[in-house]
Design a protein around this ligand. Structure first.
Ligand SMILES: NC(=O)c1ccc[n+]([C@@H]2O[C@H](COP(=O)([O-])OP(=O)(O)OC[C@H]3O[C@@H](n4cnc5c(N)ncnc54)[C@H](OP(=O)(O)O)[C@@H]3O)[C@@H](O)[C@H]2O)c1
Length: 336
C-alpha cells in the first residue's frame, strides 16, 4: 500500500536570486515503512537561509540539493505508521525531511518532541536549530562576558533576535542590532529589547554604529557579511570576538565580495574571527533547552514566528525570507 503525498522539488539551480521557477510542487506515492522506519505526517516545516547554499553545486559541510528531487529541511510532525521500536504511532517528532507532506525515514533519524515544554513548532525555532545557533555562538565562540557590548545583524530574524536577548541574559551591558527598514528597527527594540537598532537600509552602517557604540564593540555576531562585517572589524575593541554565523547578503551574489579590506585591525585589537556551525554543538542541547526554556517561561526571552500556511506556499515563504519579509522564525504550517 502506498499513500499519496506532495513535495517541493528543486527544478533548476538558481543563478542569483531564486524565483518561483526554481521550485515545483510534485505529487508522489510514499510506500509503507520498512524495517526500522517511520512514516511522519509533517505539521510544521522550517524555512532557512542556508537552503540557498545547498541549491548551488559546490562543496560544503553538507551535500547540495539534487535537481529534480525534493528539498529538505527541519520539520515537526506526527508518526502515522511505525516499524521502529523508537517511535509509536501518535508520537510527535523532529526530523530533517521537511518540504513534503509525508516523510519516510529511519526512526533513529527522528527525535521526540516534548510539547509540554513549548508549542511544538518552537523546536524548529527558539528551542531548535536557530536558538542553539545563537546560544552556542555566544557561549562557545564569542565567550560572552558580563559588561560586553554586543552587535548582531539580522536582529529581527530568528537567530538575531535570540542573540540579542540571550546576550543580555548572559551579562552583556549593551546590545545593538541591525535590521532593514524602520518598521523592523522599531519592532526589534520593542519586542526583543535591543538598546539600539541601526537601519542598514537608511544610511551608512559605519556612521550609525559609531553613534550607537561610540567606544566600540566587544562582540559582533555576523548573520549577513559584507559591509556589516567590515564595519564591525573596524569597531572592534581590544580582544574583541567576531562570530561568523551567516552571510545572507552574499547568498545570491554572482561575484565574490570585495572585502573585508581591514583585516589588519585584528592585529591592532588582537581580535578573533571564528566560523560557527551549529552541527558542532549538539552536545549543548540539554543545557540549552534547560536554560533558554526557563528564560521563555519566566518571560525574560520573547520569540516570534512568521507563519505561512500550506506546502504549496513554501517556495514563496523562502523567497520572502531572503527578501526580509519575516520577523522571527519563518515557518510553514502544513495540513489543516
Ligand atoms: N552557521 C550556522 O550554523 C547557522 C545556523 C542557522 C542560521 N545561520 C545563518 O544565520 C543567519 C540568520 O538566519 P535565520 O534563520 O535567523 O534567518 P532570519 O534572520 O530569520 O531571516 C533572514 C533575514 O536576513 C536579512 N537579510 C536578507 N538579506 C539581507 C542583506 N542583503 N543584508 C542584510 N540583511 C539581510 C533579512 O532581514 P532584514 O529585513 O533585517 O534585512 C531577513 O529577515 C543566516 O545568514 C543563516 O544562514 C547559520
Amino acid at each position: 500500500m502506498t499513500q499519496t503525498s506532495r513535495e517541493i522539488h528543486l527544478v533548476q539551480r538558481p543563478v542569483g536570486v531564486p524565483t518561483s521557477d526554481t521550485f515545483r510542487l510534485v505529487e508522489t506515492e510514499v510506500p509503507e515503512p520498512g524495517d526500522g522506519e517511520i512514516l511522519v505526517r509533517n505539521r510544521w516545516m522550517s524555512v532557512d537561509p542556508a537552503m540557498r547554499g545547498r541549491m548551488d553545486d559546490r562543496p560544503s559541510y553538507i551535500e547540495p540539493f539534487a535537481v529534480g528531487a525534493a528539498l529538505e529541511g527541519g520539520a515537526v510532525g506526527e508518526v502515522v505508521a511505525s516499524r521502529s521500536d523508537r517511535h509509536a504511532v501518535g508520537d510527535l517528532v523532529l526530523h530533517g525531511l521537511g518540504w513534503r507532506d509525508l516523510a519516510l525515514l529511519p526512526g533513529k533519524r527522528a527525535a521526540k518532541v516534548d510539547a509540554t515544554l513549548a508549542p511544538e513548532q518552537a523546536f524548529l525555532g527558539i528551542l531548535g536549530m536557530p536558538g542553539l545557533t545563537a546560544y552556542a555562538g555566544l557561549i562557545r565562540l564569542a565567550k560572552i562576558k558580563p559588561g560586553d557590548v554586543v552587535f548582531v545583524s539580522a536582529a529581527a530574524g530568528a537567530v538575531g533576535s535570540a542573540v540579542g536577548q540571550m546576550a543580555r541574559q548572559l551579562g552583556a551591558a549593551r546590545v545593538i542590532g541591525s535590521a532593514g527598514g524602520p518598521r523592523k528597527v522599531a519592532h526589534a527594540i520593542d519586542a526583543f529589547g535591543f538598546d539600539e537598532v541601526i537601519d542598514y537600509q537608511a544610511g551608512r552602517i559605519r556612521k550609525q554604529l559609531k553613534q550607537a557604540a561610540p567606544d566600540g564593540i566587544d562582540v559582533y555576531f555576523d548573520n549577513v557579511g559584507g559591509e556589516h562585517l567590515e564595519v564591525a572589524i573596524g569597531a572592534l575593541r581590544n580582544f574583541g570576538r567576531i562570530v561568523i554565523c551567516g552571510m545572507i547578503s552574499q547568498y545570491n551574489a554572482t561575484e565574490p565580495p570585495a572585502g573585508p579590506r581591514n583585516l589588519v585591525r585584528l592585529i591592532q585589537t588582537r581580535g578573533t574571527i571564528q566560523g560557527l556551525l551549529v552541527l558542532d554543538h549538539g552536545d549543548l542541547r540539554d543545557q540549552f533547552i534547560g536554560e533558554v526554556g526557563s528564560w521563555i517561561r519566566d518571560g525574560s526571552l520573547a520569540y516570534e514566528e512568521t507563519v505561512v500556511a500550506g506546502l504549496e506556499n513554501a517556495p514563496q515563504a523562502f523567497l520572502d525570507l531572503l527578501a526580509g519579509k519575516n520577523t522571527g522564525k519563518m515557518l510553514v504550517r502544513l495540513g489543516d
